[in-house]
Design a protein around this ligand. Structure first.
Ligand code: NAP
Length: 481
């Protein structure tokens, strides 16, 4: 499949007709190409978006909510294809792509449509005046997204941006263009006005950079790594663009002495290895109370060894390929670092898989890995690996668990496992993070704030927070007679 840019409602080549090969990381095979765009392509997308702006923002929010529902219907009608494309692009298990990526991409549009319909007017009464807050569009907004949950994360931005009356220039990761393209096909099929949604494919330093620098793009919503986020902020902040940064994480899974061990093991495996550990929320540092540490660790290793790893299309596969050979080598280098830092590999660290239809040697496969015995301040335990690797750390007192959990530059997510939810709640409040679960993980209510503290980001997404980001509030204060 050759993926083109989608600008002003038309699929077009990059202006200089350059392309990039798209590789399926599970097979190492080239499955198509995508446009390798540059500044001029972004310029043309911005022009289309600016031209579409007035008519789109003239619709009422409820009319735009209806458009979101139509997009959701269009995606739903092609849900299986969506999952297949996501699995081919990322190497993730098809079953996971169906359950998580495809479903959530549809849900994001439905959620924001419903949220708009239930929205209460923002009115603040004074004794002698009434304040009415209007939410005006920002204009043309730039969306830049990563490869780990491609359409899930892109639609999480597209839906609220459209709802609030903005037009869009978006750049998905060049590693995963297929489902962004499917979204364009759907919007084209349903007749979304031309220029409202524009997608420009290509490399970050070429397309992404041009989006950051374009003076007519007034807001940037970015999800990706912390280093790239730093660059995004350094480029866009001096232009006074509105900025939302959803960045990396190194999240703690804290298991207290009174935790239900079955539940905690199941939760730690899910938190550690969902999507091959390539979720920003993954619990890659497991903190366990010394009194249950030995039992927990041996049960964890048993559960990890039972995971089915291999060909993404097998229904039973739980761990597919990593996103690329390069990324696999990066993860392997961290496993090596873990050994050099004094860690013991309890399981994993190798490439052989369990799937019956085995992956080829060109596939970016790595077994889920558990490392014990590392100092909690070691690089392996504090830097984001973003792969199927967890480290285990023991603690004696709750205070110690809190200190270890907070001892990274990140602050995105975490979970606490305990039989006493009040105690867990107390601890949760002392973890420097944006979201934390008690006795569960990645249980999302889309109305709640999502985002990080410290080097995990700036700002929040979700429900009213997304609507707030993608709009400019205008307060009208009307003096009573
Ligand atoms: P990344 O390398 O930072 O890339 C993210 C996006 O930024 C990609 O589209 C990338 O394009 C683009 N980009 C790169 N350089 C750019 C530049 N100079 N200007 C503008 N855009 C540029 O991150 P990734 O490796 O794709 O994703 C993994 C990271 O994302 C992890 O750190 C993970 O924790 C984080 N993440 C965070 C969240 C969250 O909600 N907090 C969610 C998911 C992932 P190219 O692909 O072409 O380089």
């Amino acid at each position: 499949m050759n993926v083109l840019n989608f600008i002003d409602g038309v699929f077009v080549d990059a202006i200089d007709e350059q392309t990039i090969s798209n590789i399926n990381p599970a097979t190492g095979q080239i499955i198509g190409t995508l446009a390798r765009s540059k500044g001029l392509d972004v310029e043309s997308a911005v022009e289309a978006a600016l031209n579409a702006q007035q008519d789109w923002s003239a619709l009422s929010m409820l009319e735009r909510a209806d458009w979101l529902d139509r997009i959701a219907d269009g995606l739903e009608a092609r849900k299986e294809e969506l999952a297949q494309r996501e699995s081919r692009d990322t190497g993730k298990p098809l079953a996971l792509a169906r359950r998580v990526d495809a479903q959530r991409s549809i849900d994001n549009f439905r959620f924001f449509a419903d949220f708009a319909r239930k929205r209460e007017p923002e009115v603040f009464e004074m004794t002698d005046a009434t304040n009415v807050v209007h939410r005006n569009p920002i204009g043309t907004v730039g969306l830049i997204t990563p490869w780990n949950l491609p359409l899930y994360l892109l639609s999480w931005k597209v839906a609220p941006a459209l709802l609030m009356g903005n037009t869009i220039v978006a750049k998905p990761s060049e590693l995963t263009p297929l489902t962004a393209n499917l979204l364009c096909e759907v919007t084209s099929e349903i007749g979304l006005p031309s220029g409202v949604l524009n997608i420009v494919h290509g490399y970050g330093p070429e397309v992404g950079q041009a989006i950051l620098e374009h003076p007519d793009i007034r807001a940037i919503s970015f999800t990706g790594g912390t280093e790239t986020g730093r660059h995004v902020a350094a480029t866009a902040a001096p232009m006074f663009k509105k900025l939302s940064l959803e960045l990396g994480g190194k999240n703690a899974t804290i298991i207290l002495d009174d935790a239900d061990i079955d539940m905690a093991v199941e939760g730690a495996v899910r938190a550690g290895f969902t999507n091959g550990g390539q979720v920003c929320l993954c619990g890659s540092r497991i903190l366990v109370h010394t009194s249950i540490a030995d039992e927990f660790t041996s049960r964890l290793v048993e559960a990890v060894e039972a995971m089915v790893c291999g060909a993404p299309e097998n229904e039973s596969t739980q761990i597919g390929a990593l996103i690329s050979q390069d990324h696999m080598h990066k993860v392997e280098s961290y496993i090596q670092l873990g050994i050099e830092e004094g860690g013991t590999i309890l399981t994993g660290g190798t490439r052989e898989m369990t799937g019956q239809v085995g992956p080829t040697s060109e596939g970016a496969f790595l077994r889920p890995t558990v490392i014990d015995g590392l100092d909690h301040n070691s690089r392996t335990s504090t830097e984001e690996i973003f792969g199927p690797v967890v480290t285990i750390h023991r603690f004696e007192y709750d205070e110690e668990a809190i200190e270890i959990a907070n001892s990274t530059e990140y602050g995105l997510a975490g979970s606490v496992w305990s039989g006493d939810t009040n105690r867990a709640h107390e601890i949760a409040q002392r973890i420097e993070t944006g979201i934390i679960w008690v006795n569960t993980w990645l249980h999302r209510d889309l109305r709640t704030p999502f985002g990080g503290v410290k080097n995990s980001g700036v700002g929040r997404e979700g429900g009213a927070w997304s609507l707030g980001f993608f709009s400019e509030p205008l307060n009208v204060c009307i003096k009573h007679d």
